[in-house]
Design a protein around this ligand. Structure first.
Ligand SMILES: Cc1cc2nc3c(=O)[nH]c(=O)nc-3n(C[C@H](O)[C@H](O)[C@H](O)COP(=O)(O)OP(=O)(O)OC[C@H]3O[C@@H](n4cnc5c(N)ncnc54)[C@H](O)[C@@H]3O)c2cc1C
Length: 340
């Protein structure tokens, strides 16, 4: 196990913010992880576990240590007539994994195609898109527990998945290092096309009973048309979560703004489309110096190239303030700010 020092991570975060890690190491062996963590603890270095860097905002250079988990490969653990359980290394690319599942005829995660990043980060915020969340097909995971200093298995219930949430992002942040993840998938395809964008796309092509490949392709095409490629325009996908409000707040807003976009959430609650709120507050397509709000999707903040996290956070603060003034709703940032 050999730390590299002063490693430039500008191209390892999807905003493309300049950041140098004091120490960096890529790890795919448990013994190496244990050695690295022993040093981290001995020197009390701050530690970041880095995946693809597509849900992080690097505020400045990264002191202490950065570990990238590079466990690779996938294999089927259980295969019966209708379902299969597949285990996949945390260091695998998420989209590559989804494409492999399609080839293997294992279904359930097609709607999450083309989400950037690694498998190990997917449980952290329970990634979701187009009416599906990772938790829908999650079975369990193996993680290194920094408290007990051992590998542990965590079940779906123990991970406490919620909307863009889990124990890894909230109550237990920093405790577990995800090593591999298990998913339970179906050998029988049942399309989830309730999301309007997918339904419209398929209808436009005259597809009534889509195959898994057609849904996967629809998701990829829609995403390509709406979201900027980080290699061309720095971004982290949705910058804000969709706020969840009580039915009373929703009804009051709907009365005032009949075109409000919202979806029923847990009983008595509605999820407001943050993109609609930001658009209505007049931010869509606006550029403020080196950063701005993407013109095709108001939920996406972008770095035009020379921006810094401070520019982005200033813009995010202004957007949050104006949405609060106009709608009385608080926006919450989705990516993690690091160092906090
Ligand atoms: C263009 C674009 C579109 C996007 N679309 C979506 C979308 O539709 N839905 C969605 O939910 N997200 C979306 N995202 C956000 C992002 O892709 C996901 O959150 C993704 O899971 C992040 O993966 P990553 O490997 O890049 O994680 P990173 O950004 O590297 O890390 C994210 C967090 O996970 C932690 N982490 C990473 N790996 C591990 C590990 N092995 N063990 C423990 N903690 C770990 C990190 O410490 C950090 O806190 C999008 C981002 C972009 C740039």
């Amino acid at each position: 196990m050999q730390w590299q020092t002063d490693v430039d991570l500008t191209h390892r975060n999807s905003f493309g913010f300049p950041a140098v890690a004091e120490r960096f190491v890529e790890i795919d062996q448990l013994e190496q992880l244990e050695l690295a963590l022993a040093e981290v603890e001995q020197h009390q270095w701050p530690l970041l576990i880095l995946g693809g860097g597509s849900n992080l905002v690097f505020r400045e250079n990264l002191p202490g240590a950065v570990i990238s988990i590079a466990t690779r490969g996938s294999h089927v653990l259980v295969d019966d007539e209708n379902t299969a359980i597949i285990e996949v290394g945390a260091g695998e690319n998420w989209h590559g994994f989804i494409s492999q599942l399609l080839e293997k005829g294992l279904h359930g995660l097609e709607n999450l195609a083309l989400i950037p990043g690694n498998v190990g980060a997917a449980p952290v915020q329970n990634i979701g898109a187009y009416g599906v969340e990772m938790a829908d097909c999650f079975h369990s995971l193996t993680a290194y527990d920094r408290e007990t200093k051992a590998l542990v298995q965590l079940s779906k219930d123990e991970c406490l998945f919620g909307y863009r949430d889990s124990i890894f992002k909230s109550s237990q942040q920093g405790r577990y290092i995800i090593w591999c993840v298990r998913f339970v998938l179906s050998t029988v395809f049942s399309p989830k096309t309730q999301y309007r964008g997918i339904a419209d796309y398929l209808a436009a092509q005259g597809i009534v009973e889509p195959t898994a490949y057609q849904v996967y392709q629809a998701v990829c095409d829609i995403r390509m048309s709406k979201l900027p490629l980080p290699s061309e325009l720095g971004n982290a996908g949705s910058f804000f979560e969709n706020p969840i409000v009580s039915e009373a707040v929703y009804s009051a807003l709907k009365g005032q703004f009949p075109d409000l976009v919202a979806y029923p959430d847990r009983p008595g609650h509605f999820k407001l489309a943050a993109g609609w709120l930001i658009d209505k507050a007049g931010w869509k397509g606006r550029r403020v110096g080196p950063v701005g709000v993407y013109d095709k999707q108001a939920l996406v903040l972008v770095n035009y190239g020379e921006g810094r996290a401070s520019d982005l956070l200033q813009l995010a603060g202004e957007i949050t303030h104006s949405v609060k003034q106009r709608f009385g709703v608080e926006l919450r940032m989705e990516p993690r700010l690091y160092p906090a």
